[in-house]
Design a protein around this ligand. Structure first.
Ligand code: GLY
Ligand code: MN
Ligand code: MN
Length: 427
């Protein structure tokens, strides 16, 4: 649980970054249409959530900073019998006033009038999330006639989101605990399941069963050559025997993601060729995780991963030539085309900056969480590669916390040694 005092500290830190003579408006997410009049399950906007933890739609958080002090207001949808009959209970402004440590809480119906009055002639600057949909921006701009400068509020919040608090790390650990049980269950059940979507169902069952709200992203259950489509989410194929299955699946627990890939065998036992590629990817993953520490650059992790994978591909005869020359030609990118990892937190690809305001890469610091996820992908039609390796796609992904002196692998309890995967599959 994240306490209101922590949200309050975040709002104060955000307010401190704002220029005097400014108004900032952050809106809650809107329901997304699935088709006609049905909607996807509601998910709060991450930046809005980060500053207040409020999970209803039709809400806004407003910061008014005329001089040094900042007034902070929340707008919430009113409690209304008919609306609650159809769509569920609302918190309402009276209860919100008790729960949130704010200057005031208003009904959302008052937002337009209040914005008009906040955006008076003393206000020269308006902050909002530049990724907002256009109708909301239009509304804001209509009332901001005297405003001379528009700034992106998201940039400030996303910089704050880079460093995770103890409470946030605890939630990521909880998400990973649930994700672990799901991956282990999949490893155990793999031999009895016929279709990729059956495996997906096991994940969704285990996530929900243990109180996760949803998956943090649509699960990738890619058997055989499907693993060579990086964002394969159809999960519709029959699983053939003796094939690998790349499973990239993680739950979201109380707004915190987990992001885990394991690659397992459909027949419980890895073939020799599968084992060779798997061992290369696993060795590289371990080597890169071991490099994680404060002041290390993510680009250094990327470079090292590319070198090691390229060397391994040469050793296996998949790439031919001198490693340095192949790296220069980027020949290895045919088999490892993606990044070594990304920030993770409220979003699976946490929307935090990779560069500072001067465009310089931000080094790792204590409290950051990132994934490490090397992979090798060899298309089944790649005639330049020995037949035994074709159709193999392997990724191994863990979630890593940067600590004071190094790192903590938050997902180390999810098995990834071949012998452990095989032993679960035959148990
Ligand atoms: N699950 C998406 C990723 O690994 O980045
Ligand atoms: Mn990832
Ligand atoms: Mn992933």
């Amino acid at each position: 649980m994240i306490q209101e005092s922590e949200y309050k500290n975040r709002r104060e830190a955000f307010a401190k970054s704002l220029k005097k003579g400014s108004v900032s408006v952050l809106f809650s997410a809107e329901y997304q249409t699935r088709s006609h009049d049905t909607h996807y399950p509601y998910r709060q906007n991450s930046n809005f959530y980060y500053l207040c933890g409020f999970t209803e739609d039709r809400a806004a958080l407003v910061f008014v900073k005329e001089k040094k002090d900042t007034k902070i207001y929340l707008f919430v949808y009113k409690k209304e019998k008919q609306e609650e009959l159809w769509n569920g209970k609302r918190l309402g402004k009276e209860r919100a006033k008790e729960l949130f440590d704010l200057d005031d809480v208003f009904d959302e119906s008052e937002l337009t009038a209040k914005l008009k009055s906040f955006l008076d002639t003393k206000i020269k600057r308006l902050y909002y999330d530049f990724k907002l949909d256009y109708s909301k921006v239009k509304l804001l701009k209509r009332y901001a006639k005297e405003v001379e400068c528009f700034q992106n509020a998201a940039t400030i919040i996303e910089r704050m989101r880079l460093i995770k608090s103890d409470a946030e790390i605890a939630l990521i650990k909880k998400a990973l605990h649930i994700t672990k049980t799901a991956h282990h269950r999949a490893m155990k059940k793999v031999k009895e399941l016929e279709y990729e979507y059956e495996l997906q169902a096991e994940f969704e069952y285990m996530f929900k069963k243990q109180g996760a709200q949803s998956d943090a992203y649509t699960s990738i259950i890619a058997s055989g050559n499907n693993a060579n489509t990086l964002h394969y989410i159809q999960n519709s194929d029959k699983i053939a025997p003796d094939r690998l299955i790349l499973i990239d699946a993680g739950c979201e627990y109380n707004y915190y993601a987990s992001d885990i890939t394991r690659t397992i065998s459909s027949s419980a036992k890895f073939t020799k060729a599968q084992r060779e590629i798997y061992t290369l990817v696993l060795d590289v993953e371990k080597a890169i995780i071991a490099m994680v520490a404060p002041n290390v650059l993510r680009s250094a992790l990327q470079k090292k991963a590319e070198q090691l994978l390229c060397q391994g591909l040469v050793d296996l005869g998949i790439l031919k030539g001198e490693v340095q020359k192949l790296l220069k030609k980027e020949a290895h990118k045919k088999y490892f085309p993606h990044g070594i990892g990304h920030w993770m937190g409220i979003d699976v690809h946490d929307q935090c900056p990779y560069k500072d305001t001067k465009g310089k890469e931000i080094p790792l610091q204590k409290g950051m969480v990132l994934t490490i996820e090397p992979g090798i992908y060899i298309d089944e039609h790649d005639k330049t590669v020995a037949k035994k390796y074709r159709g193999i796609g392997i990724r191994i992904e863990d979630d890593i916390l940067v600590t004071e002196n190094g790192y903590e692998n938050l997902s180390k309890a999810i098995v990834k040694e071949i012998k452990d995967i095989e032993s679960l599959a035959s148990s």
